[in-house]
Design a protein around this ligand. Structure first.
Ligand code: CMC
Length: 366
């Protein structure tokens, strides 16, 4: 069956490499561990964009330009926000981004970087009956996103969110990046390409998993028996959210990075005001139960924890409601999408595979 394109190499890229057997992620020559906690998201954007835009400024200048883009996007899209807010928060963000110019210049790219970080908190505030807060051009990207949500940004949460954005900035030829490259290959503009990526990211098999992880944790907490709950899910043919991956046969390295970040946040009240005490300790118990249930239920497949399990805990601790988790994923992945779009455009080659016809044949005898 050709439907999942398993093991098909569809692009040469200098951007990132996913080693599924070894459990390593390389981003432009750097291991994930080298980047997370050491590089700011703005620096990683520069790393990804290098060579794909003329006259790319240095790190600090680029971060300032991203700040200016946040202000510009807020002002440009503010009049549309009241109409977008009644939609689900992901569709509202995507619709807002569709209103941006569809060019291929750095300014177009920076508006697309800025948009999820500006639209997500603004839309969340409107749905809570609060006035959206304008962007602050001088602030750090992650800190500004948190400030626009809650009015303040604790340095610990801003650092945690920045590490999250770096962790998810790019990941080989995943479904949304492939979708982005297909549209970019037609030489459509960056906004068109990024809208394709946004569409693909929404689904629960890709970027839509962390919201359901929270629902799963809450349901297990209510049931009181993690293993029994998980076994029932599998028996019903359901997938356990936050586990399994098309490429990784070992633990997703991003899960460990995010688990360490969540551990550092462990003492915060957001993590501890639950029936079961520490949210993290409870989640770790569920993780162990899930790995064991999956090992027994699917012995033919090595199913391990993926990035989404600890994403859910991190974004919950940062104050985002589960409905907005995929928006925050998009705020990180948009950098990788743009770099891939530019890399694909530069090849000048249209992506146009073939399908195998397995339908009925016409009756040739009249
Ligand atoms: N829970 C239960 N069973 C699973 C799971 C899971 N999470 N993942 C895979 N399996 C089973 C699947 O049912 C199948 O069993 P069987 O052979 O008995 O039919 C077997 O493992 C192989 O499944 P597959 O569909 O061939 O595997 P895949 O490569 O398409 O799966 C996946 C990748 C991410 C779609 C899948 O693991 C999944 O649905 N996970 C849950 C959703 C999730 O957490 N998604 C986020 C992915 S990580 C973010 C990203 O990088 O995009």
């Amino acid at each position: 069956m050709a439907n999942g394109l398993d093991d098909i190499v569809a692009a040469d890229t200098v951007l990132s490499d996913v080693d599924g057997a070894g459990g390593h992620l390389t981003i432009r020559g750097h291991s994930l561990a080298e980047l997370t906690g050491h590089w700011r998201y703005g620096q990683v954007i520069r790393l990804l964009f290098d060579g794909f835009f003329d006259e790319l400024p240095g790190d600090r200048e680029l971060e300032k330009a991203i700040g200016n883009a946040r202000v510009e996007v807020f002002e440009r899209l503010r009049p549309a926000l009241d109409q977008l807010a009644p939609l689900d928060i992901y569709s509202a963000m995507r619709a807002g981004m569709a209103l941006l110019p569809d060019g291929d210049e750095l300014a177009d790219a920076l508006r697309l970087i800025a948009a999820p970080a500006v639209l997500t908190p603004a839309l969340l505030r409107l749905t809570r009956g609060e006035k959206p807060l304008p962007a602050d051009a001088r602030a750090d990207h992650a800190a500004d996103m948190l400030r626009m949500l809650g009015g303040v940004a604790s340095p610990a949460l801003a650092k945690a969110l920045d590490t999250y954005l770096v962790t998810v900035c790019d990941h080989g030829l995943n479904a949304s990046t492939f979708a982005t490259r297909v549209v970019a290959s037609t030489q459509a503009g960056l906004t068109s390409a990024i809208l394709a990526g946004l569409g693909a990211l929404k689904g629960p098999l890709h970027g839509g998993a962390p919201g359901p992880v929270i629902e799963m944790l809450d349901a297990i907490e209510a049931s009181g028996d993690a293993a029994a709950w998980l076994r029932d899910e599998i028996a019903r043919g359901e997938r356990i959210m936050g586990f399994g991956h098309r490429i990784y046969r070992v633990r997703d390295p991003r899960a460990d990075v995010l688990k360490a970040v969540v551990r550092q946040l462990g003492a915060r009240k957001e993590m501890n005001n639950r029936k079961t005490g520490s949210r993290l300790a409870f989640a770790e118990t569920v993780e162990q139960a899930a790995l064991e249930v999956l090992r027994v239920a699917k012995p033919q497949r090595s199913i391990q924890t993926n990035v989404e399990f600890f994403t859910a805990l991190l974004l919950e601790a940062a104050g985002f409601p589960k409905e907005a988790f995929s928006n925050v994923f998009a705020a990180g992945r948009v950098a990788g999408w743009i770099a891939h779009a530019r890399e694909q455009q530069a090849t000048g080659r249209l992506i146009r595979p073939q399908s195998r016809y397995v339908g009925p044949v016409p009756d040739l005898v009249a």
